[in-house]
Design a protein around this ligand. Structure first.
Ligand code: HEM
Length: 506
């Protein structure tokens, strides 16, 4: 049963009038409900009356309960917590969230990517790991996943990637034929696919996975110096996935197992923790790799990590819709001292999230309680559907001699030198297969065996022979042992696979 008092009203002159709280059922306008079990009818046999405004409001509100689900990451689980810095990194960034001694409240949402809102949590899918920091300088979001890389490197391919991996436009059922048709024509996905089909592609708990920001961001210090950084949340609980042969039993036992596990741990005071690590590069070092350092299908090999903070989840939300469903994360939500890099995927994401959220939640979604910053919001944005922002005053424009609010020069974007002309061209150092091979060779014997089993199971569902061979040739190009074992498991001719791989350029 919900009881609420309008926050907007409290701040108006009406708030000077204080009534006692209702102890009975009310309509949405606060009037008492007389009978919540029987509709008003025209006599004992007659139809229901239009004048029964309680019934009509109740049905109307029910009819409007669903909002559009997220276009991706629809199935999710949220929790509140706190972030504390553990190192002084003022040499790298002026962001106050990293000032030693600061405690910043956070909301975290874990998710799967392709499933519908009520879909099973155990799916072969990346896991979303999105963190909203309610900082003293406004909200900052790291909208990441449980791996350091992604499938594609240019935002222009994202809608196609999602269409191919979501349930089929005809059957409404996910189909590896469509997914691998896309991947057979997107060799840059080879690295991420290799990670996806390890046991980490099926975490047995949201507590048992790491998180990554994936893209590079820029840290800017008080002197305007720039460093490129990547974020990594390391689970203090360790990493643990489900082996391919155990997946069916796990799903059969509980298809909400990740939410149930997370909430049970938090409720009993066993608060999960992640330590935040960063990799740091000087701008001039971006070019020192044999791959593009701003390509999100790559990890920064050989760059040491340093620990800078700890995240603790300590509270289960008491309303799913008003938190986990209405929360709106966006990579564009950055604070002074943290800026986007030129990564082509990130650049597309900077637009897409706020855009979808204005559609999914409405123009005023940032004033919803879960999205509202803990600092005051001062600007001339106004009106729009469901506005409860409570802005005051007549000068809803700038500049103004009557009521000008000062800007913060410390929040100005850092200057970046640009070269070249406008263009539409692939990046130069694609290296689509190299890191997939390095990753494969780093796996234990058991992890390699699990990867071959899980990946070949899906590849064996691909009926298009050309796509199947192309896929196996990509993995062969990454590592000959990897490709040979997959060829065996997918009943493809290893000689033909090898010949195809030889024609690929890495
Ligand atoms: C250009 C590429 C991408 C586009 C256009 C895109 C777009 C979207 C959109 C539209 C949503 C739904 C947001 C909402 O309704 O609130 C979403 C959710 C999400 N995306 Fe992406 N995405 C992209 C790439 C990525 C990448 C590379 C990552 C990981 C680093 C990622 C992680 C997430 C996460 C974690 C969520 C769920 C946030 C939540 O829990 O509410 N996305 N994405």
């Amino acid at each position: 049963m919900s009881t609420y008092t309008s926050i907007a009203l409290l701040s108006t002159s009406l708030a000077t009038v204080a009534y006692a709280q209702n102890a009975h059922l009310t309509n949405d306008n606060g009037t008492p409900v007389g009978d919540n079990q029987n509709s008003q009818t025209a006599g004992p046999e007659g139809p229901v009356l239009l004048q029964d405004s309680h019934l009509i409001e109740k049905l109307q509100r029910f009819d409007r309960e669903r909002i559009p689900e997220r276009v991706v990451h629809a199935r999710g689980t949220g929790a509140f917590g706190v972030f504390q810095p553990t190192a002084n990194i003022s040499d790298l960034t002026k962001a106050v969230v990293f000032t030693p001694g600061t405690q910043t409240p956070v909301f975290v949402r874990f998710s799967t990517v392709m499933g519908y809102r009520g879909s099973p949590e155990e799916a072969r899918d990346p896991r979303g790991f999105a963190v909203k920091f309610y900082t003293q300088q406004g909200n900052w979001d790291i909208v990441g996943i449980n791996w350091p890389i992604f499938f594609i490197r240019d935002a222009i391919k994202f809608p196609d990637f999602v269409h191919a991996n979501k349930p089929s436009a005809v059957t409404g059922v996910q189909d590896p034929n469509l997914a691998f048709d896309f991947f057979a024509h997107s060799p840059e996905a080879t690295n991420m696919l290799t990670e996806l089909y390890t046991d980490e592609g099926m975490p047995d708990s949201y507590r048992h996975m790491d998180g990554y920001g994936v893209h590079a961001f820029k840290f800017v210090n008080a002197n305007g110096q720039v460093h490129y950084v990547k974020f990594h949340w390391k689970s203090e609980q360790g990493i643990h996935g489900i082996r391919p042969q155990d997946i069916a039993a796990a799903i059969g036992k509980d298809w909400n197992l990740n939410t149930n596990d997370l909430y049970a741990a938090i409720r009993k005071g066993d608060y999960p923790k992640w330590d935040l690590y960063i990799q740091v590069l000087e701008p001039q070092d971006l070019d020192k790799f044999n791959f593009d350092a701003l390509d999100d299908t790559k990890v920064w090999t050989g760059v040491p990590e340093r620990e800078i903070g700890t995240l603790t989840l300590n509270r289960v939300p008491d309303n799913y819709f008003e938190t986990t469903e209405e929360v709106a994360f966006a990579p564009s939500r950055l604070v002074p001292g943290i800026e986007p890099s030129e990564d082509r995927m990130l650049q597309g994401r900077l637009f897409a999230y706020a855009d979808t959220q204005m559609y999914r939640l409405g123009a005023n979604y940032q004033s919803l309680p879960i999205n509202r910053p803990l600092v005051s919001v001062t600007n001339d944005n106004q009106d729009g559907k469901m506005n409860g922002g409570d802005r005051k005053g007549e000068t809803n424009y700038e500049p103004s001699g009557i009521d000008e609010v000062a800007e913060d020069p410390g929040a100005k974007a850092v200057r970046t030198t640009l070269v070249g002309t406008t263009q539409q061209q692939a990046i130069a150092k694609t290296r689509d297969f190299m890191q997939a091979g390095e990753y494969y060779r780093s796996l234990s014997a058991q992890d390699k065996a699990d990867l071959i089993l899980a990946l070949s199971t899906d590849l064996n569902r691909v009926t298009d022979e050309s796509n199947k061979y192309t896929m196996v040739s990509y993995f062969y190009k990454a590592d000959a042992d990897y490709g040979t074992r997959l060829a065996e498991a997918t009943h493809t001719d290893v000689g033909r696979v090898k010949a195809m791989a030889a024609k690929l350029v890495d």
